[in-house]
Design a protein around this ligand. Structure first.
Ligand code: NAP
Length: 287
């Protein structure tokens, strides 16, 4: 069976690669074609547009950057909906707006196709090691059809509700992560001032109630002075923006998210938007 994959960046490249290792043939497209080369070297066919991918495949996955990218890839002049065949399934794994997931679902239904929103958590390491948590919105019957593919990328695959519910769950995930990122950064800052051995401190507290992805995966990078992205600040600011917009629409305030977003914006304004989210520590003081 041939699957389509659009968006072969940090996450998409590994995820599509797992599908190919699982025996699926792939037709791929990325805005910057060079970033799809590793998959082409592995046997994938390179398409010239999302439209061309959709016209060649029954299941199309997308893992691009921002809501505007998702919009272009699905609804654009050379987008998926211009080339898709009746009966096909689209799975958007980008972190994007719940309302956009609902629009994609409605359009797919209208033309005799199926759609899922299926954003992920677990970071670049989760994508590389095929142990992502996948949060799905849409119909159980559609999920059943793509479950064998999702199982090649993740270890937790859960239907959260109707279209958009996967993206809402991902927003809850990102709201939680604002807390672990500021906690991890301040713990490192404090421990350094107190003269502790940072590696020992992280090893110790990660085994208790403070244990989390940020401590396990990102604190060691901060200790080494490695601010290369796993997950770029620009994308996290995008996610916090969506969460704040949705919260406002629902009439609630997210004061913690507002604080963390303002700290990340400081880094972005200083030119650090392409660094990894672990660079938050730099917004808090001398480290
Ligand atoms: P990334 O490295 O920037 O990858 C996104 C890829 O999509 C890029 O290669 C980009 O092409 C391509 N793309 C963007 N717009 C496109 C378009 N209109 N047509 C075709 N290709 C397009 O980002 P990532 O880290 O893989 O993240 C992807 C998504 O997953 C984001 O929504 C992010 O928030 C989410 N996410 C990331 C992580 C993480 O840890 N990295 C974890 C969970 C979720 P170019 O090469 O031309 O830019």
């Amino acid at each position: 069976m041939t699957i389509g994959w659009i968006g072969t960046g940090i996450m998409g490249l590994s995820m599509c690669s797992h599908l190919m290792d699982g025996g699926y043939e792939a037709v791929v497209y990325n805005r910057t074609a060079a970033k799809a080369q590793a998959l082409v070297d592995k046997g994938a066919k390179l398409a010239a547009s999302p439209r061309e991918v959709a016209s060649a495949c029954d299941v199309v996955f997308t893992m691009v950057g921002y809501p505007s990218d998702v919009e272009e890839v699905y609804f654009g002049e050379n987008g998926i909906f211009k080339g898709i065949r009746k009966g096909s399934i689209v799975v958007d794994m980008t972190t994007t707006k719940p309302s956009l997931a609902e629009r994609i679902y409605a359009k797919a239904q209208e033309i005799g196709c199926e759609a899922l929103d299926a954003p992920v958590s677990g970071g670049d390491s989760g994508a590389r090691n095929a142990c992502l948590s996948i949060m799905v919105g849409g119909d159980q019957s559609t999920l059943d059809k793509v479950m064998p593919m999702l199982k090649l990328m993740g270890t937790s695959i859960i239907l959260e509700g109707a279209a958009g519910a996967g993206q809402h769950t991902k927003m809850a995930n990102q709201i939680q992560i604002t807390g672990t990122m500021i906690g991890m950064s301040e713990a490192l800052l404090y421990a350094k001032k107190a003269g502790l051995d940072l590696k020992t401190m992280v090893d110790t507290i990660s085994k208790g109630a403070a244990g989390c992805h940020a401590l396990n995966n990102l604190a060691p990078r901060v200790i080494k002075g490695d601010y290369n992205p796993g997950f770029i600040i620009n994308h996290f600011i995008k996610d916090m923006g969506i969460a704040l917009e949705e919260a406002k629409r629902m009439g609630i305030e997210l004061k913690g998210v507002e604080l963390v977003e303002s700290l990340y914006r400081k880094l972005q304004e200083a030119g650090g938007g392409a660094e990894g989210t672990q660079a938050l520590v730099k917004a808090l003081g001398e480290f």
